[in-house]
Design a protein around this ligand. Structure first.
Ligand code: ADP
Ligand code: MG
Length: 218
């Protein structure tokens, strides 16, 4: 049995065409089904639906052989026990620093003042500001980071931005690019050795499907 871990929502939706290219079709929609284990047209392949940030954990411990997770999530996890062969070029967005409109971020940097930051991505944020030699107090949140600067919890947020609509709606603006994010295919390192003959064709199909998409995007 090959178990593939992914999260519902955008990652499931954008992964479905890649799975289809590998001849794998879910027998149910995770949106309408409450099942956490979904069968596929292939008797030897099943999908498990987990929280986006839990995907690397399932793959690390071998409860799933393959997973699809954002680079944001993988950077926070650290990547232990994971082989990361493929950038799927889906769910693309950017990790950004954002502040309330009018907040003088450049002045904070110039003066070497301490910056209060809320984020779900504590490790990524810590590394980013350390590299810049900035002093920061990081506060971990689990969602709605945009609220932090509006109610005085923080000066800045580190969060994912795609259109910028949420920032704009909350009177925030992006001031710094931390990194580009897209979803990656990850494989359990032991599975890759033990189930190579079953896994390799799926990885090859994914690789081909991604390459074709990249070409049509040009
Ligand atoms: P959750 O709310 O559980 O974190 P999401 O569906 O919002 O789940 O995010 C899952 C993954 O999709 C993230 O880890 C990230 O890689 C990617 N992602 C998140 N927000 C965006 C976005 N605005 N545009 C594109 N990709 C995104
Ligand atoms: Mg979200």
């Amino acid at each position: 049995m090959i178990t593939i871990a992914l999260s519902k929502g955008r990652i499931f939706d954008e992964t479905a065409p890649l799975l289809a290219a590998a001849g794998i079709h879910s027998t149910e929609e995770p949106g309408s089904s409450r099942k956490l284990i979904l069968g596929t047209n292939r008797e030897d392949v099943r999908l498990i639906i987990v929280r986006a940030s839990d995907v690397p954990t399932y793959v690390q411990y071998g409860a799933a052989d393959i997973g699809i997770a954002g680079k944001d999530v993988l950077d926070e996890h650290g990547g232990d026990g994971l082989y990361q062969p493929l950038d799927l070029q889906i769910a693309k967005c950017k990790m950004m620093v954002a502040v309330r409109k009018g907040f003088d971020y450049e002045a904070v940097i110039r003066q070497g003042a301490r910056l209060k930051v809320v984020t779900k991505y504590v490790k990524t944020a810590r590394e980013h500001f350390a590299e810049k030699g900035m002093h920061v107090d990081l506060i971990k949140l689990y969602g709605s980071m945009e609220l932090g600067p509006l109610v005085g919890l923080a000066d800045a947020i580190v969060d994912l931005v795609s259109t910028g609509g949420t920032l704009k709606a909350n009177n925030l603006e992006a001031v710094e690019h931390v990194g580009d994010v897209s979803s990656r295919l990850i494989v359990n390192q032991a599975s890759l050795k033990l189930k190579r003959s079953a896994l390799q064709p799926i990885l090859d199909d994914f690789t081909r499907a991604v390459a074709m998409n990249v070409d049509t995007n040009k």
